[in-house]
Write a protein that binds this ligand. Structure first.
Ligand SMILES: Cc1cc2nc3c(=O)[nH]c(=O)nc-3n(C[C@H](O)[C@H](O)[C@H](O)COP(=O)(O)OP(=O)(O)OC[C@H]3O[C@@H](n4cnc5c(N)ncnc54)[C@H](O)[C@@H]3O)c2cc1C
Length: 493
C-alpha cells in the first residue's frame, strides 16, 4: 500500500495545475498516468486559452459568450467563477514563467475563435499552445519534492466505502497491482474522444474517468453532450489530426469542390458559427459523398502562424501552396462528465473531479472554444485550494477487490464500438434507434451490471474496452433521456 496526501489520476492541464498549487502548500502529491506524462489532450491543444485580458474586453462579455454557446444550459455561478477568475490565474501563470505570443511591442496577441464576440484567445508558439503549457507546468512541478509522477500506470478502480473515497487501485508497467491510500483522490483523466472512429483526442482518452466514477457510485451529468470538431484533416475517410478553429478565426473559408462557401446562409456567423452548427453542416455534405475543404488563401503567413497544422498537413502529403485542406468532423470534447462543483467536489467524500472528466456545468450543451484549457487551469487550482483548506487524513483501507467475471472473449473490437457510437450517438441522432444500441452495450455487461470486475483476469487492452463499453452505454442512456435537440445533442425524430 502506497500512502499519499493526494492521488491525482491523469497528467493533463487540470492534474498539473492542481498538483502545482498543492505542492506550494507542501502537500504530497502522487500522479498516476496511463501512458507518458506528456500523453494527453492538453498537450495536443492548438488554438489557445480564452481570457478577458484585452483592453476592450471584460469578463462579463466572456460570460455572455459562454452562456450563448452553451445554449443557456450552463451553471451560471460556475461560469462566473471561471471567467472572472481567469485573468488573475493567467497573470499568475505568466508570472510563473509561461510565455504567450506577443507582438513587437510586447503586448499579448489575441486570436479569434467561433462564437466569441471579440478576439480573446491567447496562444503560445502559434498553434502549439497545449504542448507549451504542459511543458511549462511540468517544469514548474518537476523541481518539487512534493510531487511524484508515475507513468504507464493506469487507474483501474477507486476505493470507496460508505460514501468516502480512500484512494485507488492501479496497475504498473510491470503488471503489479498497486493500492494507493490517499487523503484525497482527484479524477483528472479526461474525456471520451477515443469512443468515436474519427477523433482529435489522444489514444489514452477512452472514457475511463466516467467508467471508474460510475462504478464507484459518483453522480454523472449531461453525458449526451459530445462536441464534434468540424475540421479534422481527413483524407479518403481517415482523420489525421485537428485543423484548429483559429484557422477559420484568421479568415479561412469552408468550401465545396466547386469552391462555393457552404456556411453562407446557414448561420449569420458563417464559418464562425458555434461548433455544433458547423460540424453538422460539414457532416451533411460529407454524408452525401462531397469533399469539403478549408480554403486558407485569405491567411497570408499560414505556415508561420500555424506550424502544428502545417506540419500535420505536410506529413500527410497536403500541398499547402494549393490553399485547400480536406476536412471532416471528429469527436473532440465532452461537455458531460462527473457531477462536480467548481472546487472539484463530487457526491463522494474526498473524491474530486476536474477538467474534461468533470461536469461543472460551465460548458452547458456546447463548449465555447478555448474554454477547456482554462477550466483545467482555474478549477484545478480551486480544487487544490479546497483540499489545502480541508485536508482529509490518509486511512489505510484494504479494498474488497471485485470477483465479478466479465466475458472478455466476447467483447467487440474497439473499431466496432466506435462505429456504433458514431451511428447511434454521433453528430445526428434518431431517438427511436438509441434503445437498440443501449441493448447492444448491455449485452456485454456482466449480470451484475456496470460494476467493477476481477481485473486480474483482464489485460490492459480488455480493461480499456470494458471502460469504453461502460461509458458508451452511459452516454447512450443519457442521449435517450433527453427529448429535445439542444447544443451538441441533435435529434432528427
Ligand atoms: C487536438 C486538440 C486540440 C484542442 N485545442 C484546444 C484549445 O486550443 N483550447 C482549449 O481550451 N481546449 C482545446 N482542446 C480541449 C482541451 O485540450 C481538453 O479539453 C483539455 O486539455 C482536457 O484537459 P484534462 O487535464 O482534463 O485532460 P487531458 O489533458 O485529456 O488529460 C487526461 C490524462 O489522463 C490520463 N488517463 C486517462 N485514463 C487514465 C487512467 N485510467 N489512469 C490514469 N491516467 C489516465 C491521460 O493519459 C491523460 O494524461 C483541444 C483538444 C484536442 C484533442
Amino acid at each position: 500500500m502506497i500512502k499519499t496526501d493526494v492521488l491525482i489520476i491523469g497528467s493533463g492541464i487540470a492534474a498539473l495545475s492542481a498538483a502545482a498549487e498543492l505542492a506550494k502548500y507542501k502537500t504530497g502529491v502522487t500522479i498516476v498516468t496511463k501512458r507518458m506524462r506528456t500523453d494527453s489532450n492538453s498537450a495536443l491543444a492548438q488554438g489557445g486559452i480564452s481570457v478577458a485580458l484585452a483592453q476592450e474586453d471584460d469578463w462579463r462579455l466572456h460570460y455572455k459568450d459562454t452562456l450563448r454557446a452553451g445554449c443557456y444550459l450552463n451553471n451560471e455561478k460556475a461560469v462566473e467563477r471561471l471567467v472572472s477568475l481567469a485573468p488573475s490565474v493567467l497573470i499568475d501563470f505568466m508570472a510563473a514563467g509561461m510565455h504567450f505570443d506577443r507582438n513587437r511591442r510586447g503586448e499579448l496577441l489575441f486570436g479569434r475563435e467561433a462564437a466569441h464576440s471579440l478576439n480573446r484567445v491567447i496562444h503560445a508558439g502559434g498553434d502549439s499552445t497545449g504542448s507549451k503549457v504542459i511543458e511549462q507546468l511540468l517544469k514548474n512541478t518537476s523541481d518539487s519534492e512534493y510531487i511524484t509522477i508515475k507513468e504507464n500506470e493506469p487507474a483501474l478502480e477507486l476505493i470507496v466505502k460508505d460514501g468516502r473515497c480512500f484512494g485507488a487501485v492501479t496497475r504498473d508497467i510491470k503488471g503489479n497491482t498497486n493500492i494507493y491510500a490517499a487523503g484525497s483522490t482527484i479524477i483528472a483523466s479526461g474525456g471520451i474522444g477515443q469512443l468515436y472512429p474519427a477523433t482529435t483526442n489522444d489514444k489514452s482518452i477512452t472514457g475511463d474517468s466516467i467508467a471508474l466514477a460510475h462504478r464507484a457510485g459518483a453522480k454523472l451529468k449531461n453525458l449526451e453532450f459530445v462536441q464534434f470538431h468540424p475540421t479534422m484533416l481527413t483524407i479518403d475517410g481517415t482523420a489525421y489530426g485537428l485543423v484548429s478553429e483559429a484557422v477559420r478565426g484568421e479568415g479561412a473559408l469552408l468550401v465545396n469542390e466547386d469552391n462555393k462557401r457552404i456556411m453562407l446562409g446557414v448561420h449569420p456567423m458563417a464559418e464562425l458559427a458555434p461548433r455544433d452548427v458547423v460540424a453538422r453542416e460539414v457532416y451533411a455534405h460529407y454524408l452525401k459523398g462531397e469533399k469539403i475543404y478549408l480554403d486558407i488563401s485569405p491567411i497570408k503567413n499560414f505556415e508561420e502562424d500555424f506550424p502544428t497544422v502545417s506540419g500535420i498537413c505536410k506529413e500527410h502529403g497536403i500541398d499547402l501552396a494549393k490553399n485547400l485542406i480536406p476536412v471532416a468532423p471528429g469527436a473532440h470534447f465532452h461537455m458531460g462528465g462527473i457531477t462536480a462543483a467548481s472546487d472539484g467536489r463530487t457526491n463522494i467524500d474526498s473524491l474530486f473531479a476536474i477538467g474534461e472528466a468533470a461536469c461543472t456545468g460551465v460548458h452547458g450543451a456546447n463548449r465555447l472554444a478555448s474554454n477547456s484549457l482554462l477550466e483545467g487551469l482555474v478549477f484545478g487550482r480551486l480544487t487544490a485550494d479546497h483540499i489545502i483548506d480541508h485536508p482529509s487524513e490518509i486511512r489505510e483501507t484494504e479494498p474488497e477487490l471485485s470477483k465479478v467475471k466479465v466475458n472478455a472473449a466476447a467483447f467487440p473490437s474497439k473499431a466496432e464500438i466506435r462505429r456504433k457510437m458514431m451511428e447511434f450517438v454521433g453528430i445526428v441522432r434518431h431517438r427511436s434507434e438509441i434503445q437498440s444500441v443501449i441493448e447492444w452495450f448491455e449485452g456485454f455487461m456482466p449480470p451484475e451490471g456496470c460494476v467493477n470486475a476481477d481485473y486480474t483476469a483482464l489485460t490492459n487492452e480488455e480493461i480499456e474496452i470494458y471502460n469504453m463499453l461502460t461509458t458508451g452505454l452511459l452516454i447512450a442512456r443519457s442521449a435517450a433521456e433527453r427529448r429535445e435537440s439542444i447544443g451538441a445533442h441533435y435529434i432528427v425524430d
